[in-house]
Design a binder for this molecule. Structure first.
Ligand code: UDP
Ligand code: MG
Length: 308
């Protein structure tokens, strides 16, 4: 049996693949373990897949899965995880933001008796202000509204026992949030800290749109807090409304004031209620749309070609 499988999602990473291969090979050979590298091409529009296939012809430890189109990072990783054979599995980004050399530390830590060792970023280099801010905020919000403990400031860079991978394979949900699922699975988990490097070359495949979708997937998959918030908002608004109703009756029947002058308050009330209602429907919609995709039970991805 192979000691370690490395799963690498690839989306337009042609400029990084050869250096990534070199650095991975160097450290894994130095560790003196058997390994396989599983490159998952997630519908890249550059020559990534040609490079990978060329490497695979020469080196037999290289496996590739060429997906039928771009399914997104989480699905690409899942496709790789479905095919790993190693006793342990590493998930690593292709852009060298996750230093391959850290695998040795993750491995050593796991030998102390853990099933998951994730890499926790102490610092992130070369990342824009907005990305850092939104990521920080997101992880804090997520941590405060979910019941399971999803580690803050960690990506998917981690080493897992095959038991954990087996558990992941049994979780068929289509809106993947792997780091959350892995926490949910349990076993003994710990972390190793590292400094996240800059992307070696190319540009990020995570647009703000993908990031927002990812964030909502994470929240809806692990928390019903937003729905409960809707209920609470409903109560708060109803109580306020009730008080205003009482006041309105009071003015109409017990004073001489002219009630028809309340145009401004009417507008404020209507617009406020309209806003609250639309937000509430939107929150429900986020959950329902996810139920909808899960009900369809479509396969998560399709494979165009593979050498596994
Ligand atoms: N990736 C992918 N599919 C996508 C977007 C990204 O497989 O739709 C891969 C990408 O090639 C990289 C990893 O996921 O190996 C992380 O992506 P990226 O570096 O673009 O994200 P960031 O580090 O900026 O969050
Ligand atoms: Mg990156």
């Amino acid at each position: 049996m192979i000691d370690v499988s490395v799963v690498i999602p690839i989306y337009n990473e042609a400029l990084n693949i050869s250096l990534l291969y070199e650095r991975l090979t160097k450290i894994l050979q130095q560790m003196n373990i058997s390994y396989e590298l599983i490159f998952v091409n997630d519908g890249s529009r550059d020559e990534s897949i040609d490079l990978i296939k060329k490497l695979a012809e020469i080196h037999k430890e290289i496996k590739f899965i060429d997906l039928s189109r771009n399914f997104g990072h989480q699905i690409a990783v899942s496709a790789g995880l479905d095919k790993t054979q190693g006793k342990r599995v590493v998930i690593i980004d292709a852009d060298l933001q996750d230093p391959p050399e850290l695998i040795e530390d993750l491995y050593a830590k796991m030998n102390e008796g853990y099933e998951v060792v994730y890499a926790k970023r102490k610092r992130r280099k070369g990342e824009g202000f907005m990305k850092l801010l939104t990521a920080k905020l997101f992880y804090r919000i997520l941590a405060s509204i979910t019941s399971i403990r999803i580690p803050v400031d960690t990506g998917d860079f981690r080493l897992m026992d095959s038991k954990v991978v087996e558990a992941l394979r049994q979780m068929p949900e289509s809106h993947k949030f792997l780091r959350g699922q892995i926490s949910w699975i349990g076993y003994k988990q710990t972390f190793v800290e590292y400094e996240r490097d800059e992307r070696h070359a190319g540009k990020t495949g995570y647009t703000y749109r993908k990031m927002l979708k990812f964030a909502l997937d994470g929240i809806t998959a692990f928390s019903n807090f937003p729905i409960k918030l809707v209920t609470v908002m409903g109560f708060v608004v109803s109580i306020i409304a009730f008080l205003i109703i009482l006041y309105t009756f009071y003015v109409k029947y017990f004073t001489d004031q002219d009630i028809e002058r309340g145009w401004a308050s009417l507008m404020v009330g209507i617009l406020f209620l309209g806003g609250v209602q639309l937000i509430s429907i939107g929150i429900l919609g986020e959950y329902i749309s996810r139920i909808n995709t899960d009900v369809r039970k479509r396969p998560l991805y399709f494979i165009k070609e593979t050498n596994i």
